[in-house]
Write a protein that binds this ligand. Structure first.
Ligand code: HEM
Length: 243
């Protein structure tokens, strides 16, 4: 049974410790806010939000870190490790890493960059097994709209969720390989860092950085959702954060 107040009695300083840890990490490197949000997404899409993504290679683990969508790309592991060791000092064995990653993503979004917020239900258990092969199936920037919609549907997420969550691409960075073709083809040089709703406006002007973002506004079924979010920031924020 997950509950937002799970640690109130057993580790009252847990949420505060996580928030301060994330705040410090982001003040050292602003991009870390984006990286922590993406880490949560890449964790949850594979076996659920169980931090299987944190497990390193071993005789029994084929690490998800080596799957193509994560390799030299997923970041933030040190930040999570350091918050975990702080919490182990104050309340040993109480707060799961799965909860830390989930709260870190929320805090990175809201407390640090003023983005959407949501209530995190606590009590997730840490996995002792990883699935590199499932991680290989994380959505790709080359996926078309139908593929993106169907991949999200396998996680109980609809097209509206796809568009709202893709709004996360208004922050952070992408390596050149992921958008090279788009720059050469359409000369759309813009960083993901253009912030919040500018991201949806960029899609409407066909300046999406990743092809998988631009397909959300390309004459298909999700155009109207992009249009709606570009005009209504608070709707985007509430949809991004809803259960
Ligand atoms: C819809 C399917 C998605 C695709 C195809 C996709 C693909 C990508 C790619 C290719 C990058 C660049 C990675 C790199 O350069 O190493 C990226 C970055 C990022 N993605 Fe996604 N993504 C998707 C959905 C999401 C979702 C749902 C979220 C979170 C809610 C998210 C959050 C981010 C963030 C924050 C970054 C920047 C990370 C950083 O700067 O460290 N993405 N994504």
């Amino acid at each position: 049974q997950l509950s937002p107040t799970l640690y109130d009695a057993t580790c009252p300083s847990a949420l505060n410790t996580i928030r301060m840890g994330i705040r410090n990490a982001v003040s050292r490197e602003r991009r870390m806010a984006a990286s922590l949000m993406r880490l949560h997404f890449h964790d949850c899409f594979v076996q659920g939000c169980d931090v299987s993504i944190l497990l390193d290679d071993s005789s029994s683990i084929d690490s998800e870190k080596n799957a193509l969508p994560n390799f030299k790309s997923a970041r933030g592991f040190d930040v999570i490790d350091s918050v975990k060791s702080q919490l182990e000092r104050v309340c040993p064995g109480v707060v799961s890493c799965a909860d830390i990653v989930a709260v870190a993503a929320r805090d990175a979004s809201f407390a640090v960059i003023g983005g959407p917020s949501w209530t995190v239900k606590l009590g997730r258990r840490d996995s002792t097994a990883a699935s590199r092969s499932l991680a290989e199936n994380l959505p790709s920037f080359t996926d078309g709209l139908d593929k993106l919609i169907s991949t999200f549907a396998t996680k109980g997420l609809n097209a509206r969720d796809l568009v709202a969550l893709s709004g996360a691409h208004t922050i952070g960075q992408a390596q050149c390989a992921f958008f090279r073709d788009r720059i050469y083809n359409i000369k759309a040089i813009l960083m993901l860092d253009s912030r919040a709703l500018e991201g949806f406006k960029n899609l409407i002007q066909k300046k999406g950085l990743l092809a998988s973002d631009q397909v959300l506004f390309s004459g298909g079924s999700t155009d109207s959702i992009v249009d709606e979010y570009s005009k209504n920031p608070s709707k985007f924020k509430s949809d991004f954060g809803h259960d």
